[in-house]
Design a protein around this ligand. Structure first.
Ligand code: ADP
Ligand code: ZN
Length: 662
């Protein structure tokens, strides 16, 4: 008898499947963790099939069984096969993503472990009084719950719970979870980033207590393994965690929740490059579980799927508290410049800030540094210089060239005058949090001002500390990037000012408008959560852009219509699928030759299955001393093209990428 084993060569290196012999008396089943020899080394592996045909040569035997019980259940192996097929990675890579790293390590070199008594991080264990547990559901919540319960009584189904922040989505998750647990099945709730979503996590802990297992990357290997074991043993049947918590070994998954389904962190950016939403829907199909995607601003691909009936749409149109969304003013920065205001704060924002501070209210000022100085923008008319073929902004490189990162077209320098209005004030765009902080200090010298961006948040607990300073009223103004858009549920905030709405909008990517709309909606939603009400001010050079207008008007449907129309023109998802192929090499000539050759082969084979875009330099064209290039397939059947053209191991393949700017 033989067994096919997914072998993990190192903890990171490539994983592959090999056939081994099974010694007499060793009862192996799929999912078993084993120790095998790989060349001169000892490695961990997972049995993916037994009774496989002999390759006709002498086989090395499986050395030992590392755990008496299989570490992967049958439904998980089925999901791994789907991941391997869909994302064109090896089955071994997909299997490895499901095995806790600590377990694989111990299979190689067995160590005795003692279970630790268990520690829930303080901020998650917050003894929040769970007062709404017994409150009557609102009419919209009841309608949503009834639909989900109908699914749970039948064969599951996938749902999009679409509602603004505060509309009661979390409460729907919690009640659906209670229903599933009463059926004797388990729950998985995915959140984008534990550190930024502590309130959702704390509410699961408050409601389900010891039954909750937390699985996320901030845990140590040992802690993660302990939590995994509690799930495997059935001691915990509510799993809350980030992306990979989807692979928790529940005996019978009944419900998978994906909160903030639009968040890019649900896509894994290394093999296996799965998207947790699509994988969750597949898991639901395999297990007959219900899958609930929640968002105020779902991706338009998800929204389109719901409109077509592939997902069931469950709208929660109003906030539970009936607090209105903050009225938002759009400030045209071109007019500020004409009025000779060169500050990053428009006169309207400066006035609103001064007023809020004088009334002892609080303010959040938001900007985005990503995309810093990458586009050429006319300060008079807002025109951004695009590639004529692709209509996406040119990216400016350090040497001054403008490069189209979709088709590769290059121009040696930005134009001296704006091609649209002829103005001479055409230049690169970009502002940092530091500069905004300084100008805010100048505008409201009496206020205590905090800054929160990626750099600041690297310090452990910085996000929680900033939140606490604002919550207690010791700080009045916070300036920051995406960090301030998440989890900052502060009733004292009456003003949200978006210093620069355009930085992401100007990135040359098919999801730029969508990310802009999502982030603006999220940050504007931080204003007016208390009885004092609130407002928003949105500064932009592109006041007529549909993403800006729809965000200011809190109008998701209007955004989705315009965005889907734009996607349709270019055949972008959901009207076509994307596959991003990237490669890197020390010599620029090598990458270019390689990329040319692959693009040619793909074009020859593509027929009408997909368009081939590029080759083009990758957005990060040079990284860690290597040059990077990319080719993109876009069309109805990119898979079919890849089935006909062999792609070497020097290429990474990203199926359904979140962005083409990798
Ligand atoms: P979301 O997840 O959409 O942001 P939540 O579930 O957090 O919304 O609900 C917003 C607020 O309303 C929370 O404070 C929650 O406790 C409260 N809430 C939710 N549902 C109800 C209900 N049926 N009755 C009373 N309060 C509720
Ligand atoms: Zn182009």
């Amino acid at each position: 008898m033989n067994a096919e084993v997914a072998v993990f060569a190192g903890l990171r290196g490539p994983a592959r499947t090999f056939t081994y012999g099974v010694p007499e008396g060793l009862a192996l089943a799929p999912g078993h963790l084993v120790r095998v020899a790989l060349g001169p080394r000892v490695a961990a592996g997972v049995v993916v099939a037994v009774d496989v045909p002999s390759p006709g040569r002498e086989l090395r035997p499986v050395e030992a069984l590392a755990q008496p019980e299989p570490v992967l259940r049958a439904y998980q192996l089925e999901l791994a096969r789907w991941i391997a097929r869909r994302y064109r990675c090896s089955l071994a890579d997909a299997v490895r993503a499901m095995v806790p790293p600590g377990l694989a390590r111990r299979a190689r070199t067995p160590v005795r472990t003692r279970a630790r008594p268990r520690r829930i991080p303080a901020e998650l264990a917050l003894a929040e009084d769970d007062a709404v547990r017994d409150a009557d559901a609102t009419a919209a919540q009841r309608a949503a719950l009834e639909e989900i319960q109908r699914g749970l009584d039948a064969d599951g189904g996938a749902f999009l719970l679409h509602g603004v922040t505060g509309s009661g989505k979390t409460e729907v998750y919690l009640r659906a979870a209670a229903y599933v647990l009463a059926q004797g099945r388990g729950v998985i709730a995915l959140v984008p980033e534990i550190a930024l979503t502590t309130q959702v996590v704390a509410r699961f802990v408050a409601r389900f207590g010891e039954r909750v297992a937390l699985l996320h990357s901030a845990l140590s290997e040992g802690e993660r393994l302990d939590e995994w074991r509690r799930v495997r043993a059935g001691a915990a049947d509510v799993v809350v965690g980030s992306r990979s918590a989807l692979f928790a070994p529940l005996a019978r998954p009944g419900l998978v929740v994906v909160d903030e389904e639009q968040e890019p962190s649900y896509k894994q950016e290394s093999d296996p490059r799965y998207h947790a939403v699509d994988a969750a829907i597949e898991l639901g199909r395999i297990c007959g579980a219900a899958v609930v995607l929640g968002s105020a601003t779902p991706r338009v691909t998800t929204y389109a799927a719901a409109r077509e009936g592939a997902l069931r749409l469950l709208p929660l149109p109003e906030r539970v508290s009936e607090l209105p969304l903050p009225p938002t003013t759009i400030v045209d920065l071109r007019l500020e410049l004409r009025a000779n205001n060169r500050s990053t704060l428009s006169s309207a924002l400066r006035a609103a800030l001064t007023k809020a501070v004088a009334k002892s209210e609080q303010a959040i000022l938001y900007l985005n540094r990503r995309g810093y100085a990458t586009v050429v923008l006319c300060r008079d008319c807002g025109f951004v210089v695009p590639c004529p073929a692709c209509e996406i902004p040119y990216a400016v490189h350090a040497d001054g060239r403008m490069v189209c990162h979709r088709c590769g077209r290059t121009e040696t320098a930005p134009p001296p005058r704006c091609p649209s209005c002829g103005g001479a004030r055409i230049r690169q765009l970009g502002v940092g949090t530091q500069r905004v902080e300084d100008e805010v200090r100048g505008a409201v010298p009496a206020a205590r001002i905090l800054r929160l961006d990626r750099d600041a948040v690297r310090r452990k607990g910085a996000h929680a500390a900033a939140f606490e300073l604002m919550r207690s009223g010791r700080a009045q103004v916070i300036v920051g990037t995406q960090m301030v858009a998440k989890g900052f549920d502060l009733p004292g905030v009456t003003l949200v000012g978006v210093v620069s709405a355009d930085t992401i909008l100007n990135l040359p990517d098919h999801t730029s408008a969508e990310r802009t709309f999502q982030l603006l909606t999220q940050v504007l939603g931080r204003s007016g959560r208390g009885s004092a009400g609130g407002r928003g001010i949105l500064q932009t050079y592109l006041p007529d852009h549909y993403a800006i207008r729809a965000a200011a008007a809190h109008d998701y449907a209007a955004f989705a219509e315009a965005e889907l129309a734009a996607r349709k023109r270019f055949g972008h998802p959901p009207f076509g699928r994307l596959v991003l192929l990237q490669t890197a090499a020390k010599q620029q000539a090598t990458v270019e030759r390689r990329a040319e050759a692959l693009a040619r082969a793909l074009r020859d084979a593509a027929a009408s299955d997909a368009d081939v875009l590029g080759p083009a330099p990758a957005f990060a064209a040079k990284k860690a001393g290597t040059y990077r290039a990319q080719v993109v397939l876009r069309g109805a059947r990119p898979d079919a093209v890849l089935d006909r053209v062999p792609v070497g191991a020097e290429w990474s393949i990203d199926v359904d990428p979140m962005t083409l700017l990798g």
